[in-house]
Design a protein around this ligand. Structure first.
Ligand code: IVH
Length: 669
């Protein structure tokens, strides 16, 4: 490879890996498996080694990903939170063993542990009391999720037992039992919310919720895998973990000490099947040198310890025949190819379909109709095709071609530079896109029209009763009752909840319209700056971009939306039905009583959710901030307010108000 080619490839890899990091750590929606990710990272590392002139400190090869979200206060980890090197076969594991033995000055045992698949957390205790819990973040600093962690019942708020250091940190995996995950996804599907891809994403997403009460209801568990302190009671990792179990933490009883690599391999093969009986997902085994002094000798690379490694189990695969490929158009117009397969048993369930992601994936696999394909079920629910067994290929079989036009409406598909999906540009008339926009419109955070769900929307759509969300307000009881599956009672419920939605505040209506790039937060920002839809419609690009957080991309999208006469017609019809298109200044909830104030919210509340309090503060001219500083005007505190915030407030002499006191300020007058 020539240097200029290497440079170009390095840049592509860096961008791609950063995108995957963001999807994995921040959005909790990974697109590729850990293995595929490691392949990309390895390629990047190899190229950077070969062409050191292109090395860069901010390359994703130099750091671990970051899960940091701006809503949480961040703190430094006292001991950095590193990741683990991965191995995928026996040879790689034996190499690790040889390396380790060469450097270690004496003999040692390995501690073998299951690698539970969730979100890692680091919890510090001082004087026996839970003091602060942080997510991994970028490895050096993490998000303060103390309030959420306190709702997890297997994490003690204060420890018991003997030999407890004055200050120590436990690290563990926050996991969600598979049954809880399935129940949660059923509920989310009913409420038109996107389902979580797997229990890991569900656990990571839950840990980052702003409302601790919901966290408490999701039955998370914490499995501790390490303890750190300047005064650990024992010289080995395994004995210290035993001590931790005695202090009240949950330490998995699957941990075993192994004298050599043969015993490690036996442990790995024993658990390969047994792990499936556990209530939680596991994706491998972690092998650690047990002796702490030898751990110290071995030390760390910039990213991971040299004294530990992960062995990843191979995702289960099955070989089956590709019968056909269907192309599905999603709510956003994105086209996804889906493989129809000869039914095959895989990890305990029958698989008939698998995702093919996009055109590039089909091209990489060079798929032909009738091919024998390998299907894999990784951490995600939807299986995917990972390879083709060419020995079965019939030379006459036809290559799979990506379609040129939309299977739903016939419009010519487009593919934007830098994006991997083909799109149907027929935004206004393509049925799945129309339905998708109605589903978004009725969803909980938008117009919150309960009683209507995906199925009912489908029913109304196929009976030609609705084409746009504005049509919902023209529906009459008599049109609904005769429909299959709907009786008098559901029809009444639907009509009532549609009627009720006229009271939804302006910012949620704005969000409900489904303007590209106008999510919940942007809608709120717009509604607080423009007090009616008319002033927003009349705003030019300069006025829009002068608003904090509104850049040219959002501004263009807003202008394009209102320039479309069909959208304007929808708004006109909604207005005529009494939908709120102006900011309401209702009793005490809106005003300027908090003008210029900076308010920190902490703890669990009774009357409103944390999100609602944030909104009330903003609607009253105040600013919500996540960290306590000398600029803080006061703290709105609920139950179990964060200790760190309390200490800081006391130190700075900042007033702490409870819910009642706060609402009194807002409501008075
Ligand atoms: S030890 C410095 N032990 O795997 C090494 N990690 O890929 C610290 N994990 O971030 C990790 N089970 O979230 C360790 N028994 C176990 C584990 C475990 C799951 C997760 C953990 C870590 C990731 C590393």
């Amino acid at each position: 490879m020539k240097p200029f080619e290497a440079k170009a490839r390095i840049e592509i890899l860096r961008k791609e890996i950063e995108d995957h990091n963001h999807r994995y750590y921040v959005q909790n929606q990974p697109l590729i498996s850990d293995f595929e990710y490691d392949v990309l990272l390895n390629e990047l590392e190899t190229l950077e080694k070969k062409f050191p002139e292109f090395k860069k400190d901010d390359s994703p090869s130099q750091r671990v990903g970051s899960d940091i979200k701006n809503e949480f206060e961040q703190f430094d980890h006292e001991y950095p939170m590193l990741s683990l090197g991965n191995t995928y076969n026996e040879d790689e594991l034996r190499e690790f063993d040889n390396r380790t033995k060469k450097t270690a000055s004496g003999s040692f045992n390995y501690s073998c542990e299951l690698k539970f698949d969730g979100a890692s957390v680091s919890i510090t205790y001082i004087d026996g009391k839970l003091s602060r819990a942080l997510t991994r973040g970028d490895g050096n600093k993490g998000d303060d999720v103390t309030e959420n962690v306190k709702t997890i019942t297997s994490i003690p708020l204060s420890v018991r037992g003997s030999n407890v250091p004055e200050k120590f940190t436990v690290r563990g995996e926050i996991v969600m039992p598979r049954v809880v995950f399935e129940g949660l996804n059923n509920e989310r599907t009913k409420e038109n919310q996107p389902a979580f891809a797997n229990p890991r994403n569900a656990a990571a997403g839950t840990l980052k919720l702003l409302d601790s009460r919901i966290v408490g209801s999701r039955n998370l568990d914490c499995l501790v895998y390490v303890v750190l302190s300047d005064e650990l009671p024992h010289d080995t990792h395994s004995e210290n973990l035993k001590a931790v179990a005695g202090w009240g933490f949950k330490v998995p009883d699957s941990i075993r000490l192994c004298k050599n690599i043969e015993e490690v391999l036996k442990y790995i093969s024993t658990w390969e099947n047994q792990r499936k009986q556990l209530p939680f997902d596991t994706d491998g085994v972690v092998i650690k040198v047990d002796d702490l002094s030898i751990q110290e000798e071995l030390g760390f690379t910039s990213k991971s310890p040299r004294w530990a490694i992960a062995y990843k189990y191979k995702a289960e695969e099955a070989l089956t025949k590709l019968l056909s490929v269907a192309f599905q158009v999603g709510r956003t117009g994105a086209v996804t190819p889906v493989a129809n397969l000869e039914p095959v048993l895989l990890s305990g369930s029958t698989v008939k379909r698998a995702t093919l992601h996009n055109a590039e994936q089909i091209a990489i696999l060079d798929l032909h109709l009738g091919d024998m394909v390998y299907v894999e079920k990784g951490g995600e629910i939807i299986p995917k095709i990972v390879g083709v067994d060419h020995s079965f290929r019939n030379e006459e079989s036809r290559r799979i071609e990506f379609i040129k036009s939309c299977p739903e409406c016939g419009t010519f598909l487009v593919k934007n530079e830098g994006e991997s999906n083909h799109f149907c540009p027929n935004y206004l008339h393509c049925p799945p896109q129309l339905k998708g926009r109605i589903e978004h419109f009725i969803s909980r955070k938008a117009m919150d029209i309960d009683g209507l769900g995906e199925e009912t929307i489908d029913l109304l759509f196929s009976n030609n009763l609705i084409r746009t969300f504005a049509d919902l307000y023209d529906l009459g009881q008599e049109q609904l009752v005769p429909l299959e599956r709907l009786g008098e009672k559901s029809a009444t419920n639907i009509i009532n909840s549609i009627l009720k939605s006229v009271r939804v505040p302006f910012h949620r209506v704005l969000f409900a319209l489904g303007i590209r790039h106008v999510g919940e937060t942007v809608a709120k920002t717009l509604a607080s700056r423009f007090d009616s839809i008319d002033s927003l419609i009349n705003a030019g690009s300069d006025e829009l971009t002068s608003v904090n957080e509104i850049g040219p991309k959002i501004a263009t999208s807003i202008i394009t939306y209102f320039a479309d006469q069909e959208n304007m017609e929808l708004i006109r019809r909604l207005k005529a039905k009494g939908i709120r298109f102006t900011s309401e200044k209702t009793k005490g909830i809106s005003g300027n009583k908090l003008e210029g104030m900076v308010i920190v919210i902490s703890g669990i509340f009774q009357k409103h959710t944390r999100e609602e309090y944030k909104e009330i503060i903003e609607n009253n001219g105040g600013k919500n901030s996540t960290s306590v500083s000398s600029n803080t005007s006061f703290i709105l505190a609920g139950e179990n307010m964060g200790q760190s915030k309390k200490d800081k407030a006391n130190e700075l002499g900042i007033q702490i108000l409870d819910e009642q006191e706060f609402l009194k300020i807002i409501d008075e007058e």
